[in-house]
Design a protein around this ligand. Structure first.
Ligand SMILES: Cc1ncc(COP(=O)(O)O)c(C=O)c1O
Length: 430
């Protein structure tokens, strides 16, 4: 791909249509069909038709969604979309929100609000004084956090060394109580997860939030995809109590099937959110009554990404979103179950939502762990070469596994069957 695209910096321009034609030609073979129905790798959603068209309109309109004065329509749609997302996810109606590029920046936004709130409680104005000399912020992680949370902590100057990891002790109230009580006065963030990327499991929010409240800690939820269980009557119990947290980070570009990039930060304490993000400039009318996106986001100029979320929600409606969540979970279970019936496939984790894990047993019955791992990697490679379905490997509990993730609205029962047949063929050819 690099050799195809790399040319000397062009001295002269070219006709727009020629530029595009050449770009498309060169990209051929290098565009992943990750939004298609048989891509089960990572956690990547598809794109709903209305959301895609809205995204084209967003580019055509080329609005700067920083301020309502720059784009009244973008600011208005953003306000509506924020309320709809809170309603869909069962979060407090008075929570504030920001539309950002993805869950990574949603973590950053939420944790900046947490940092403000906790340090203001200690009489420290972090926006003015920074972190030099500030009370230490302690972070307790009750689950297997996603690496994007670490990166947000790095960006915020809190640092990853501040994290006390309780991984493996998920749901243990007494151990959390002990850790919280060990430094009762420390400003504390408790990290939780709605939907683990490997297993789809979530933390016991009711317990964790209750304990955190008793210690004045801020509870943040990484709900990149799993928070969407809230939109389903069938799966809501998996994240019971999540609405009691202080902040939630989630994505539109995963389970809602909005094109990249689209993430949402939602904060119960809107005062802390605004204090951590808002900014002033001589050319901005700060007397406006409108909700100004700039007051809630880390960006200044920004894409009007509310349009595609608006279109996705309009296209599916609350019922359609619920159906999409339920259908993906059902298909993920079907895929893992049927794969598990194949002779050399072992189910490592059956989906509780839309994520599952399998691995491949080598033909040799006395195989060791390394042979298991290499058989699994080999099969993933062969599946990719075959091209009928797409999976990616991962490491989980010191084992190499194949992740099964169903997020795209395009995945059907037929896709599941085709993926199982593809796996059967690859195993037979081994
Ligand atoms: C659980 C979880 N959290 C956070 C992220 C990061 O999200 P984004 O890529 O939208 O920034 C991901 C991405 O897959 C994820 O699965």
């Amino acid at each position: 791909m690099i050799s195809r695209f790399r040319t000397p910096l062009p001295e002269q321009g070219a006709a727009a249509s020629e530029v595009i034609q050449q770009m498309v030609d060169k990209a051929r073979g290098g565009i992943m069909r990750t939004s298609g129905g048989r891509s089960f790798a990572w956690v990547i959603g598809g794109t709903l038709p209305a959301a895609l068209a809205a995204d084209w309109m967003t580019s055509v309109w080329d609005q700067n969604a920083a301020l309502s004065a720059c784009s009244p329509a973008a600011a208005a749609v953003e306000s509506v979309v924020g309320s709809w997302i809170k309603e869909l996810l069962g979060l407090p109606v008075d929570a504030s929100f920001a539309l950002v590029t993805g869950c990574q920046m949603a973590h950053f936004t939420c944790l900046a609000a947490a940092r403000h709130h906790l340090l203001a409680g200690k009489g420290w104005d972090v926006e003015r004084r920074g972190l030099q000399g500030a009370p230490n912020v302690r972070v307790i992680d009750v689950s297997a956090r996603h690496a994007s949370v670490d990166r947000a902590l790095r960006f915020l100057g809190i640092g990853t060394d501040a994290v006390v990891s309780m991984r493996g002790e998920r749901c243990s109230s007494s151990s959390l109580q002990t850790v919280l009580g060990s430094q009762p006065d420390a400003p504390t963030i408790v990290l939780t997860q709605a939907g683990d990327i490997h297993t789809g499991e979530s933390d016991a929010f009711e317990n964790v939030i209750l304990l955190a409240r008793q210690h004045g800690a801020w509870v943040h939820v990484d709900g990149a995809f799993g928070l969407w269980a809230q939109a389903s009557a069938r799966h809501r119990h998996r994240v019971a109590g999540v609405e009691g947290a202080d902040s939630w980070a989630t994505d539109g570009h995963k389970w809602l099937n909005v094109p990249f990039d689209s993430g949402y930060a939602i904060v119960a304490r809107s005062d802390a959110h605004r204090a951590s993000m808002s900014t002033k400039a001589t050319y901005i009318d700060s007397a406006t009554e409108m909700r100004e996106p700039l007051d809630w986001t880390p960006e200044w100029s920004r894409r009007a990404r509310a349009f595609s979320t608006y279109a996705a929600i309009q296209e599916l409606g609350r019922k359609g979103i619920e159906k999409q969540i339920d259908h993906s979970c059902q298909l993920a279970s079907a895929l893992v179950d049927r794969m598990g019936r194949l002779p050399r496939i072992e189910i490592v984790s059956s989906p509780v939502l839309n994520q599952g894990l399998i691995r491949v047993k080598p033909s040799n019955a006395n195989a060791n762990q390394e042979e298991h791992d290499s058989a699994t990697l080999r099969v993933v490679e062969h599946l990719s070469q075959q091209g009928e379905s797409f999976f990616q490997p991962s490491r989980w509990n010191d084992r190499t596994v194949i992740r099964v993730s169903v997020c795209s609205w395009q995945t059907t029962e037929d896709d599941i069957q085709r993926a199982v047949v593809a796996m059967e063929q690859v195993l037979r050819g081994e």
